[in-house]
Design a binder for this molecule. Structure first.
Ligand SMILES: Nc1nc2c(c(=O)[nH]1)N[C@H]1C(S)=C(S)[C@@H](COP(=O)(O)O)O[C@H]1N2
Ligand SMILES: [Mo]
Length: 366
């Protein structure tokens, strides 16, 4: 890293149709289809993908993880070296911080996520702290940097995908170096042969195609750490680093879709609505409310909560709706153990980050 990261500029916004550039990004970066929200674990091929540059296709036989910088014993670990460490499997819900960007008005140009950039997988690997203990962290470390094998250009600045964690965050027991997803070896699009998983955080912390961990006495000056992935109010100089996920509930779209409009059609009578809800940093979702009237005052009812599949994973919810013929807007809204609820309307962020406004699903009852 020689050049300093280029300063952030607000991306242009649009109120209208998505652009060709956005369509191209959307086609490369699929979301998780709503029907997969019926499952605790998102099947590998249905889990959303976000790859900023190109997918590096790495030969696992020659790949090594370098651990260097302020350590007693610099390491070059093979995949077998990491597989020999005690293995941990954690069920983790991961969401992109740009999830919901397409619902902002005006819309900052970027990957035009609706609400589907979230998935839950069983990740298996070594605890990061075991690898760090093997290397021996020296005193005076400000941050550890995590470098992926992918490389490209961000606003004129050529860079790898590099993120940082403080030693305190990196040494948490749930932070993993994973080589398996849902019991299969990690697929290329999710970071093969090895990726970082930082449970409870938005997805950007979980560096894919991990090549190098460096212990540094200074904060990491890399685009994706210092410039990208911050909350920014429009016109303000203040940039707040993005960390943990905000609370959110999503529903499995009920009934059957109209092919082109995606409007849902259900038969009158009792309709079982279901979905998943989550929050960040291991904080539980304690309440999910459902409205069949677009979230109007007095229309919210409690959904029944299912068991959570782990401290860092979403939990299921169900709600029996007595559907009479007509048109409806179904909404769901999560509240977490800190008492934080989803906003009814999308908050605006200059980079399109952190839109956890309630989901709205148009339904016709026939
Ligand atoms: N090396 C690398 N790691 C990365 C990214 C990337 O583009 N390159 N994208 C990040 C972002 S923004 C998200 S949301 C998650 C997405 O992980 P997934 O594609 O496995 O769902 O990976 C993160 N890790
Ligand atoms: Mo992301």
């Amino acid at each position: 890293m020689s050049a300093p990261p280029a300063p952030w500029r607000a991306p242009p916004t649009s109120d209208g149709l998505i652009t060709y550039d956005e369509l191209r990004l959307a086609a490369r970066n699929p979301g998780t289809p709503g029907e997969a929200l019926a499952l605790d674990i998102t099947p590998v091929g249905l889990h959303y993908v976000l790859t900023r540059f190109d997918i590096p296709l790495i030969d696992p036989a020659t790949w090594r993880l370098t651990v260097d910088g302020l350590v007693d014993r610099p390491l070059a670990l093979s995949l077998d070296d990491i597989r020999r460490l005690p293995a941990t499997t954690l069920t983790v819900t991961m969401e992109c911080s740009g999830n919901g960007r397409a619902g902002m008005t005006p819309r900052p140009l970027g990957i035009p996520w609706l609400g589907d950039a979230v998935g839950t997988a069983e990740w298996t690997g070594a605890q990061l702290r075991d690898v760090l203990a093997q290397a021996g962290l020296r005193p005076g470390i400000a941050e550890l940097s995590f470098t992926g094998a992918d490389y490209g250009i961000e606003r004129g600045y050529a860079t790898a995908f590099i993120r940082a964690l403080t030693p305190q965050d990196a040494l948490r027991p749930e932070v993993l170096l994973v080589y398996a997803m849902n019991g299969q070896s990690l697929p290329p699009q999710h970071g093969a042969p090895l990726r970082l998983i930082v449970p409870g955080w938005y997805g950007m912390a979980s560096v894919k195609w991990l090549m190098r961990i460096r212990a540094l006495d200074q904060p990491v000056q890399a685009y994706h750490q210092r410039i990208g992935y911050h909350f920014r109010a429009p016109g303000s100089q203040t940039a707040i680093p993005i960390r943990h996920m905000r609370p959110r509930a999503l529903m499995v779209p009920p009934g059957h879709p109209d092919f082109f409009s995606r409007r849902r059609h259900v038969a009158a009578g009792r309709v079982r609505l279901q979905g998943r809800a989550w929050s960040g940093s291991g904080i539980a979702v304690t309440r999910v409310l459902v409205s069949a009237a677009g979230g109007a005052d007095g229309s919210w009812r409690d959904a029944a909560l299912g068991a959570s599949v782990g401290p860092y994973a979403w939990r299921g919810w169900t709600f029996d709706w007595q559907a009479a013929p007509g048109t409806y807007e179904l909404c769901c809204r999560a509240t977490d153990a800190l008492g934080v609820s989803q906003p009814l309307d999308p908050p605006f962020d200059a980079g399109g980050m952190g839109n956890n406004a309630i989901q709205r699903v148009a339904v016709v009852v026939d």
